[in-house]
Design a binder for this molecule. Structure first.
Ligand code: HEC
Length: 179
């Protein structure tokens, strides 16, 4: 072996060693990338966005798509019926309460407490003339709306989802709580 060959071999083995280190680095880097990649994907390879979309559709078709079988099925059905009932009730104003004070506090009081827009305040002086018309007329005016000399009483106080019973209960509450 000449001196020249020895130098060549030394350089050559250094390059091989360097490439081996680089290969190990590439393997580690690739497996690191892959770990991050699979963590972000769904188990079956769906992307997170796709998975979210599927979950949303599942949620939407639940009442139709769900299988109601056996005891658990019955419980699920009852729960679904209960959820539907709750959803319907929330479309009725103030949860359908017949507590006049709640409805007054949430709606009517906005005008009637301070006398906004000519609304008669909650004082007997402002109401004795109106009360003498009779409850029926007061409730009718509150339900259908009423325009008098003082201003405009909007139909159902401006909330069309109030039921007739709720209006009647609220007018009764107003009349009862006046001094
Ligand atoms: C936007 C303001 C406003 C709201 C909200 C409002 N009112 Fe009135 N209300 C009036 C005004 C103004 C009058 C007086 C109208 C007139 O006599 O000129 C009135 C009058 C009335 C009268 C007397 C009607 C009559 O025949 O003299 C009743 C009863 C009444 N309101 C009930 C209610 C009830 C119940 C609510 C809630 C569901 C309500 N109001 C919400 C403004 C309002």
């Amino acid at each position: 072996m000449t001196k020249h060959d020895a130098t060549f071999l030394r350089h050559f083995s250094m390059i091989i060693a360097g490439l081996m280190v680089f290969t190990v680095f590439l393997i580690l880097f690739a497996s690191h990338l892959y770990a991050g990649f699979t963590a972000r994907e769904g188990a079956d390879g769906t992307s997170p966005r796709e998975a979210a979309r599927i979950a949303k559709v599942d949620e939407r078709i639940k009442p139709v798509g769900a299988v109601y079988a056996g005891e658990t099925g019955r419980a699920a059905m009852l729960a679904a019926a209960e959820a539907a009932r709750a959803a319907a009730a929330s479309k009725v104003a103030y949860g359908g309460t017949l507590d006049g004070s709640v409805i007054y506090g949430n709606l009517c009081g906005a005008c009637h407490t301070a006398g906004v827009g000519g609304a008669p305040k909650m004082e007997m002086a402002a109401w004795s003339g109106r009360i003498s018309q009779g409850m029926e007329t007061l409730v009718k005016h509150a339900t259908e709306g009423f325009q008098g000399d003082a201003g405009i009483m909007p139909a159902r106080g401006g909330n069309p989802s109030l039921t007739d019973e709720q209006i009647a209960a609220t007018v009764q509450y107003m009349v009862d709580s006046m001094q």
